[in-house]
Design a protein around this ligand. Structure first.
Ligand SMILES: Cc1cc2nc3c(=O)[nH]c(=O)nc-3n(C[C@H](O)[C@H](O)[C@H](O)COP(=O)(O)O)c2cc1C
Length: 208
């Protein structure tokens, strides 16, 4: 059975971001896709210290929720990351988590499907959405889309429940993401996965 992990970057397990993520779960279930919602934002997650240990051991030197989720991410077919907007960006905890999750894991994320969901009272949604999508698009992960950018508005969960278009956007996102996951599984059987080149690691146009 295909599986999607949903990360809640908010410190509030029943807040606005959670309300948006939970709107997606019944849609995944009705598409026959298993889900797991993981609460990240109320944990003590420190940032990457660029120690390079993960390059040798295949896991983060700080043995916390990042390493637990890494094992689940390796076998998952899709990842949804949800974040509240703090000063026009994703919140600090989810950024620390995503930096370490993506940098420390040696397995291929190629053609796992990604989606970012953001919640703001008023502004900074699209800038935050862009930041989160960059983890997927550097990793060969197709990004699922919806009928608007994946955002809800509110200061409380009750506000978000009144954001009917925001919730509709979440349901359509889950439908499109389910379809993509199934389509990629079928295409993998039919065509195999596309080749990925590695090796070039340049910072300047002349390659030095
Ligand atoms: C430190 C902090 C900064 C915030 N900055 C913004 C902001 O830049 N724009 C905005 O619209 N809301 C901002 N908010 C409000 C939250 O993003 C908003 O209420 C969000 O929906 C809360 O989601 P949650 O209930 O999942 O935590 C901020 C809240 C906090 C605590």
């Amino acid at each position: 059975m295909a599986k999607v992990l949903l990360l809640n970057g908010s410190p509030h397990p029943k807040g606005c971001t959670a309300t948006a993520l939970m709107e997606m779960i019944p849609v995944f279930s009705s598409a026959g896709i298993e889900t797991e919602l993981i609460q990240v934002g109320n944990k003590d997650i420190r940032g990457c210290v660029s120690c390079g240990s993960c390059g040798k051991t295949g896991k983060c030197v700080f043995d916390d929720l990042v390493n637990e989720v890494a094992a689940k991410f390796e076998t998952a077919d899709g990842l949804v990351v949800g974040s509240p907007v703090y000063y026009g960006s994703p919140n600090g905890t989810i950024l620390a988590f995503m930096d370490r999750l993506f940098y420390s894991t040696p397995f291929s994320k190629h053609l796992k499907v990604g989606a970012a969901v953001v919640s703001a009272r008023r502004g900074g949604n699209t800038a935050s959405f862009d930041v989160l999508n960059k983890y997927f698009t550097i990793s060969g992960m197709p990004v699922a889309s919806s009928t608007y950018w994946n955002q809800v508005h509110g200061f409380t969960a009750e506000d978000v429940k009144k954001d009917l278009e925001g919730l509709q956007t979440m349901r359509n996102l889950a439908r499109n993401m389910s379809f993509l996951i199934k389509a990629i599984a079928d295409a993998r059987e039919k065509y195999g996965l596309p080749e990925v080149e590695h090796g070039a690691f340049t910072s300047f146009p002349d390659g030095k």
